[in-house]
Ligand binder design. Sequence first.
Ligand SMILES: [Zn+2]
Length: 216
Amino acid sequence: MAAKYEASCCPLCSSLDIAPFFEDKRRAYIRCCDCKLVFVPKCYWLNRADEKAVYDLHENDAQDQGYRQFLSRLSRPLLERLEPKQKGLDFGCGPDPTLSCLLEEQGHQIDLYDPLYFNNSSVFSKHYDFICSTEVVEHLHNPNEDWNTLFKMLKQDGWLGIMTKLVADKQAFSRWHYIHDMTHICFYSRETFDYLAQRFNVEPIFVAKDVILFRK
Ligand SMILES: [Zn+2]
């Protein structure tokens, strides 16, 4: 499988300093030596239709208490920091938006965006007091552009809340269930979030193992 892929630079920071990190039966994984993003070269990506078939399988239900509990690990620390009645965006909300319900129940107003299920491009010309994105950034085809967009839509002093599982080391990576989802193509480490913080001049707060808040 070696050398089947072509990856010339890091899709997040554009560094040319990239190196093979791991291979399994299905895919190769490359790591950026600068921002420490681990990424899957394009030749291993699913096509859009197959990707959507995987997303359609995610049976997340806005009334499911377990799922609400899972999302509250992001909503709780975010809500603690928000002023009342703020305007937010759920970026990559999926087919059955649930985080937005948790936040709206607390008096905030939320726009929804998802390229497959709520393709409402008007959000890109708006500005938000807060943006949340749960289990989304690991799916991004163009992380460089998408992170730019997220921070551009965020107002000064606004909050960006992210949920994604973080890369530990190579040994843990090789046994990681997270890489078995073929729609997961970007894997962030703590250093990647430090890189993003520096790039966008924001402060990262690691509130849980897989929950990160940025203050603009
Ligand atoms: Zn990089």
